[in-house]
Design a protein around this ligand. Structure first.
Ligand SMILES: [Zn+2]
Length: 195
């Protein structure tokens, strides 16, 4: 049996984000570096923004693994990354979700860029590399941050109603994320993730 993946030892004040990619890798090393850097930047904009950060986290470390991690702490964030909805790992844990995903039209299967299992325990998030929106590594990171917001709030579709505005200035809470690589966090995004 293959050994489990190791991740950096938890340092005080450091948020650990682990991206677990299914064995059939969709990414190359450059993709992983770019996606990790963008996601780290987004989380550190929250932790650096002290009025909106009520946690003890000051920095963020993103680690990419391709096998299970058995040393996760409840405060760690785990995101699954698979190529398509057809590769979903969540449907293995939640057959009802699997049935929903299987019933989607071909267009919807490409449109949905991630899923979070709000309302159940444990809460999992996964992101689909080949979704229409996820055309760049920055947008994959944007989707990951959006799914982490669902995960943080343990909210499904109703979370999208929390977006303060629509369009490019609506930020990361919107159901359909703006197609901008450099999408900026709104104050509401920071309050929501940091609260
Ligand atoms: Zn959403």
């Amino acid at each position: 049996m293959a050994a489990n993946a190791t991740i950096p030892t938890a340092n005080p004040g450091e948020l650990r984000v682990v991206i677990r990619e299914k064995m059939s890798k969709a990414t190359d090393a450059d993709d992983r570096t770019a996606t990790s850097a963008r996601l780290k930047k987004l989380f550190e904009e929250v932790t650096a923004s002290s009025p909106h950060n009520t946690s003890n986290f000051k920095t963020c470390v993103v680690t990419w693994v391709d096998k299970p991690v058995d040393t996760l702490d409840p405060k760690d964030i785990l995101i699954y990354l698979v190529r398509t909805i057809g590769d979903s790992l969540l449907r293995q844990a939640y057959p009802a979700l699997g049935a929903q995903l299987a019933a989607l039209s071909a267009a919807d299967r490409k449109r949905i860029c991630g899923t979070t299992t709000a309302g159940v325990n444990p809460t999992y998030s996964e992101v689909y590399w080949d979704a229409d929106y996820n055309q760049t590594t920055a947008r994959v990171a944007n989707t990951m941050f959006h799914e982490c917001l669902h995960n943080k709030l343990d909210m499904g579709q109703s979370m999208h109603d929390l977006a303060p505005m629509a369009g490019d200035i609506g930020g990361f809470l919107q159901g359909d994320l703006p197609s901008k690589d450099d999408l900026a966090l709104t104050t509401k995004d920071k309050e929501t993730m940091g609260g």
